[in-house]
Design a protein around this ligand. Structure first.
Ligand code: AAT
Length: 292
């Protein structure tokens, strides 16, 4: 009831709703930006919901966080500077911290309350904030990127919410332009790019902006996340003009990085085979996205 968008009226997926059994509501609150809910589900562990939309569940968060990080970071040799946009739960930071080549991790999350709530209820994700390479910036990432020096990052990872609240700007042309500018030549962007089952128009728009903005390679990959609407979510991978990046076959395979596998938490989803497989698109998506 507390949610602004609920049941069949969510503008991101009108006409459908998804349900999970709630065992217990653990937290309910409202920040300057959004409504925040944490509950214990009966099958998927604890779940974080923002404005009525599931952001993560303990059981399947690995399929999203591992992919959004290792798809870009395993595609370039020795990444050193990384920016995370959104990602206030810390899960993306936790995955970046596997990469021992990384020297600096900036994160720009708009909502400090998301961070505080996740530190309390999702310690297995928020542990990412404990990495000493992490520097937290609380604010709007579009603004942060407008002020970022050119050529600063090897990789930018956009782990943002759906574009109907504070994340609206993050799918628009000026955002992609500033992102491309903040990357070094041959640097990579990986951003959350919705579901091929539900959002072909949105993905098409993002792809066409990126085809004009990024002068390297552009690909769409996807993964399976049962608690996200349609059970699938995609990523847009782009590289800037410079040393060519072949996203399809990782030049920096995770299996060759001792530190990545020795990490306190085992990889649950990502491996080099699933990396390559993630770029294979069903025929309908290949056609609609005019991807290959
Ligand atoms: N790690 C999986 C969870 C997320 S969280 C997305 C985060 O992006 C939220 O914490 C939100 O506060 C933050 N955010 C939204 N807009 C901005 C902005 N303009 N600047 C910085 N941070 C922002 C992603 C789940 C994807 C769900 C797909 N349906």
């Amino acid at each position: 009831k507390a949610n602004k968008f609920h049941y069949y009226n969510n503008p991101m997926w009108p006409g459908e709703a998804h349900s999970m059994k709630v065992e217990k509501i653990l937290y309910q609150g409202k920040s300057e930006y959004q409504e925040i809910l944490v509950f214990e589900s009966s099958n998927y562990g604890k779940v974080l919901v923002l404005d009525g939309i599931v952001q993560l569940a303990e059981k399947d968060e690995c399929a999203y966080q591992e992919m959004i990080v290792h798809l870009p970071l395993c595609s370039i040799p020795s990444p050193k500077t990384v920016l995370v946009v959104g990602g206030g739960d810390g899960g993306v930071l936790r995955e970046i911290s596997r990469h021992t080549s990384v020297e600096k991790i900036d994160i720009c999350e708009i909502d400090e309350l998301v961070i505080d709530v996740c530190k309390k209820y999702f310690p297995d994700l928020a542990v990412g904030f404990e990495d000493p390479r992490v520097q937290l910036h609380v604010g709007d990432a579009a603004e942060f990127l407008r002020n970022a020096p050119s050529g600063m990052y090897d990789a930018i990872i956009v782990d943002s919410s759906d574009p109907i609240g504070p994340a609206q700007e993050l799918v628009e042309r000026p955002f992609f332009e500033t992102t491309a500018r903040a990357l070094r030549p041959g640097g990579v962007l990986c951003c959350m790019a919705e579901s091929m089952w539900l959002h072909t128009h949105l993905i098409q728009d993002m792809l066409s902006i990126c085809r004009e903005t990024f002068k390297g390679s552009i690909h769409y990959a996807w993964t399976s996340v049962p608690t996200y609407p349609s059970g699938a979510i995609g990523f847009l991978l782009c590289s800037t003009n410079g040393p060519p990046v072949n996203f399809l076959s990782p030049i920096n395979p995770i299996e060759k990085q001792e530190g990545a596998l020795k990490h306190s938490r085992e990889l649950k989803y990502y491996n080099s085979e699933i990396h390559t497989a993630a770029f294979a698109l069903p025929t309908f998506a290949r056609k609609e996205l005019k991807a290959y």
